[in-house]
Design a binder for this molecule. Sequence first.
Ligand code: SPV
Ligand code: MG
Length: 291
Amino acid sequence: MRKTIKNLRKIVAEGGVARVMAAHDPLSAILVEEAGFDGIWASGFEYSAAMGLADVSLVSMTEHLTNMRNMADRTSLPIIADVDTGYGNAINVLHTVTQYEAGGAAAVVIEDKMFPKVTSLIEGGRQDLVSIAEFQGKIEAAVSAREDPEFLIIARTEALIAGLGEEEALARARAYEASGADMILIHSKQKTPDEIESFINKWEGNTPIVIVPTAYPQMTEARAKSLNKIGVLIYGNHAVRAAVTGMKQVFSQIINDGGIQNADREIVPVSEIFRLQQMEEVKANEKRFLR
Ligand code: SPV
Ligand code: MG
């Protein structure tokens, strides 16, 4: 497994809650690292959005993997790769896990939706899940495909998203833990943390819980920690939303001002982009090697 400056398993084993921020390209991944997060979420939603596409299994495994690999090349934080359904059945999962581990990920999240999937937070989305037995086969395939036992297999149940209720969510989580998942991601689109807190309070398994509190922002890190069972908190789409916010603001200012005279003062200087591109290193290498 690729060497990283933080270790998600260790943070969780020591009773911490790992804070993981979404990224959609290597530049946003670099900014995640510089900000001080514990890991990078190679989000399918963010990458789809960056491609101008809906998050409904339109981007291929190869595209998402290449983007994740580029992030791994440019950063040193652990990357949790969002591999959606694993891009097909358990046979596809074998290949997916092998490729993402070799590509530099520290973990994969595989969800129990049917391929092709529909993004979770959309109102009235078609949310079809595979059977518990089929998904257990996929988790077992993921566990058997990893080379390094430290590589994390995170099983994600969409039972609450699909409106199947807490009993079904708990039954699925228990079954996925029994199949060898290292952590369980439970997702909810309720506007308050109640649904997730109720699930977590009833969870009696040993595997830590992962949440993505996009829909219920009242779930602060302190509140997550107080529940005692959450190991990883994923900020699922805040990089792409911040990017859209920033670009909209600056683009409209330039249109309204008829030029860049005001916007120029409000955005980072070009020198900051040079720094992120490590131009100093390029210059040093030029001095050293160009003859
Ligand atoms: C993603 O970021 O791609 C996720 C989280 O899977 S969500 O979009 O909320 O389903
Ligand atoms: Mg996703």
